[in-house]
Design a protein around this ligand. Structure first.
Ligand code: HEC
Length: 105
């Protein structure tokens, strides 16, 4: 009986539907959302190396417009087209407000 329970539990865990149902809630603050951008744009959007555009301290409206332009194909890009499509308007606003408020040191 224990083995059967164990197998059932393993099947439940490995099924994609179960994985989606049990996924943790997505971040809701600009800071937490923008954490996903740090791998390329630097901590809090400050891209110290200068190879990728710095986002920290850029005007909020500018950042939101770039995301819309990437999403809609109005600004050619290598990777940002795909990334921008993964977020809602509200999430653009939250991330932009956070990034705009960051110091560029
Ligand atoms: C895999 C690396 C990568 C990640 C992750 C990433 N970006 Fe980008 N970002 C780029 C690159 C590269 C560019 C230059 C445009 C292009 O080629 O896509 C760019 C450009 C931008 C620009 C334009 C900046 C300017 O000065 O005009 C904005 C705004 C932006 N990214 C926002 C974000 C946000 C917000 C996130 C997180 C949700 C994010 N990026 C995540 C690589 C990345």
């Amino acid at each position: 009986m224990k083995t059967l329970l164990c197998v059932t539990a393993m099947l439940a865990i490995s099924s994609p539907a179960a994985a989606i149902a049990e996924a943790p809630p997505l971040p809701t603050t600009g800071r937490d959302l923008a954490a996903a951008c740090a791998i390329c744009h630097g901590t809090n959007g400050w891209s110290a190396g200068g190879r990728l555009p710095n986002l920290a301290g850029q005007p909020e409206e500018y950042l939101v417009k770039q995301m819309r332009d990437f999403r809609d194909g109005n600004r050619p890009a290598t990777i940002m087209t795909q990334i921008a499509k993964g977020y809602t308007e509200e999430q653009y606003q939250l991330m932009a407000a956070f990034l705009a408020s960051q110091k560029t040191r």
